[in-house]
Design a protein around this ligand. Structure first.
Ligand SMILES: [Zn+2]
Length: 72
């Protein structure tokens, strides 16, 4: 699933995004990657409710499509 998000990342977001796209992270094991992603998601949940709102909106739209697979 691909999501396009249109929002203003704060300094912390920029830091998370930098970490998440870092080569070290890209080659890290699943546990580390999941941990990092959930930390970022948690930050978004508490600090950027508009992002969560647009994600759930997008998920609803994608659910209608037959090729939708949330767990891919
Ligand atoms: Zn942020």
């Amino acid at each position: 699933m691909k999501l396009w998000l249109d929002f203003e990342p704060c300094k912390k977001c920029a830091r998370y995004i930098a970490d998440l796209t870092d080569e070290e992270f890209l080659f890290a094991d699943d546990i580390t990657r999941n941990e990092m992603s959930s930390k970022f998601l948690r930050h978004l949940t508490y600090n950027h409710p508009e992002v969560i709102h647009s994600i759930s909106k997008e998920v609803k739209i994608q659910q209608i499509r037959p090729e939708f697979d949330l767990y891919k």
